[in-house]
Design a protein around this ligand. Sequence first.
Ligand SMILES: [Zn+2]
Length: 202
Amino acid sequence: MILFCRSKIYKDREGCMDIVKVYEENNGLLRGHFLLSSGMHSDTYLQSEQVLQYPEIATGVISQLIPKLKHFDFTTVVSPAIGGIRFGYELSRLLSKRSIFTERVDGKMTFRRGFTLSPKEKIVIAEDVVTTGRSTKECIAAIEENGGEVVAIVSIIDRSEESPNFSQPYMSLVRVLVKSYEASNCPICTTLGTAAIKPGSR
Ligand SMILES: [Zn+2]
């Protein structure tokens, strides 16, 4: 039963996991010519759901964040839907915290499904990949509007090109440099001559 040990084979002698290798080998990190939801073109495409579809690997990856959070006092993990949900759920399971999520309603990030916060409830935000930090900031706004207090932000991958400038401490497992270009000025279009593809939309 190979799956049973899958997360262990990515660990070195010190027990550290090569997150980039895990993503690459599970189709979570593709190299080529991609169309991002922003309309930009990019040489790298990240899909955490490809990695998180294997619970054993998800646990292995997400458990690497536990030491980074040990000095933070919080009761709840909040994730922006959809991408953050499985990440946030597994993180909170490992830490015995509550797990809830925000989602967009008519474009505005909000709590639905009866999720409520206690006054000053201490929260860690979990988002699988941080790119510009926009959805994380929208999630922070939703939490603060509901009386909660964000104490930290965690992601598996930080692929921001410019610092997202969060007011709270931000930690990720790995930083992946992704080059993205305006569609009208994309050197990959020129070099490859093929159209940019969107793997996640299939
Ligand atoms: Zn291009």
